[in-house]
Design a protein around this ligand. Structure first.
Ligand SMILES: *Cc1c(COP(=O)(O)O)cnc(C)c1O
Ligand code: SF4
Length: 345
């Protein structure tokens, strides 16, 4: 067995393990884990300096997750936009292929909390093949985004097969992978994985660093190996209360990403997903932060601040071109001309 698989097996998956290590009361966390699973890799757990710090907040269950606050579990209506279980097709030119259902670590703020890590939402090999067949039968899809779950948890042989099949579809121009592996399980980026990725250009990989403390020697090396394999690297950050909702943190994060050859792509306003309300930052604050970056870092280091419209209407930038009314009830203009409300309270 490869060592990354051993790391995964050594992950923290129960509140009791957290209690043994950090001297906390595990009981309030147990009720959370019944609904939303817990998994923290040994590497990522090693980045925690103290209870409640920005690393902790991202990976340790919080009793606040049990408060749905009347929010939906699938605000982007992904299930409604799935012609087959492994494919979400919301934009005519882009297909989102769900490669699996597990991640190396479960982020507490995940927008797909409803399904991630839950066996009943597993994607079978047959469903994956169905997803690929649907893409092959849909010539408008030029851009395939493989996400999940984390696609890099597939073993090398499966990834080789998957990428090979997608590459063989003439109308698929680019393949993109969404993965948090460089952040939580950098040892997965093995030379053998890189040999596979190298064979399928143009290949883009958007990863998911949220805090400068996640940029370590190991994650740096993982990104370097990917870049050397010809993979074009980008980063999607989620704006998170108590993690990265201040200017100095965002500046340091984006500056250091550029040094790692990772280009900041999106800063996401949090989706209105049940169980994530305690992370939400107001849009006005988000705008102020992004405006604060301007002038202090190259434009290459400024991610686009976007909001994924409720109901699955797609992502739009948070600015005057798309926001018609500011306030607790943000009225946004969707690309198809309809109006969509994003309730901040
Ligand atoms: C975000 C997303 C994409 C890709 O969007 P880009 O803005 O092109 O990065 C594609 N499909 C779905 C369903 C998405 O949510
Ligand atoms: S890696 Fe992505 S899909 Fe997986 S739990 Fe984190 S945010 Fe969700």
């Amino acid at each position: 067995m490869e060592s990354w698989q051993q790391s995964l097996r050594a992950a923290i998956t129960s509140p009791q393990q957290l209690a043994d290590r950090f001297a906390i009361d595990p009981r309030p966390l147990e009720a959370v884990c019944v609904r939303y699973p817990l998994r923290i890799t040994p590497y990522y757990a090693g980045l925690i300096r103290e209870v409640g710090d920005p690393i902790w907040r991202q990976c340790v269950p919080d009793p606040a997750e049990r408060d749905d606050a009347g929010l939906p579990t699938d605000p982007l209506a992904e299930e409604a936009h799935s012609p087959v279980p492994a494919l979400v097709h919301r934009y005519p030119d882009r297909g989102l292929l769900l490669a699996g259902n597990s991640c190396a670590g479960y982020c507490r703020f995940c927008t797909r909390k409803r399904r991630i890590g839950r066996p009943e939402f597993n994607i079978s090999f047959t469903e994956l093949q169905q997803g690929i067949a649907t893409i092959a039968a849909t010539p408008q899809i030029r851009d395939v985004l493989i996400s999940g779950g984390d696609p890099l948890l597939l073993n090398d042989a499966m990834l080789q097969e998957l990428l090979g099949r997608l590459r063989a579809i003439p109308h698929v121009e680019i393949i993109r992978i969404g993965s948090r592996i460089p952040v939580v399980l950098p040892e997965r980026v093995t030379p053998s994985l890189c040999r596979i990725l190298r064979q399928h250009p143009p290949l883009y990989l958007n990863t998911h660093f949220n805090h400068p403390r996640e940029l370590t020697e190991q994650s740096w090396q993982a990104c370097a190996r990917l870049a050397e394999a010809g993979v074009v690297l980008g980063n999607q950050t989620v704006l998170l209360r108590g993690v990265n909702d201040d200017l100095e943190t965002l500046l340091e994060l984006n500056r250091n990403l550029l040094q790692m050859r990772v280009r900041p792509y999106y800063l996401h306003q949090m989706d209105l997903t049940a169980g994530t309300g305690h992370f939400r930052v107001r849009v006005e604050k988000g705008r102020e932060l992004v405006a604060g970056l301007r002038g202090r870092i190259t434009g290459m280091g400024i991610p686009q601040y976007v909001i994924d419209l409720p109901g699955g209407k797609g992502k739009v930038p948070v600015n005057g071109d798309y926001v018609e009314t500011w306030g607790d009830e943000l009225v946004l203009r969707a690309p198809d001309g309809t109006k969509v409300v994003y309730r901040q309270t």
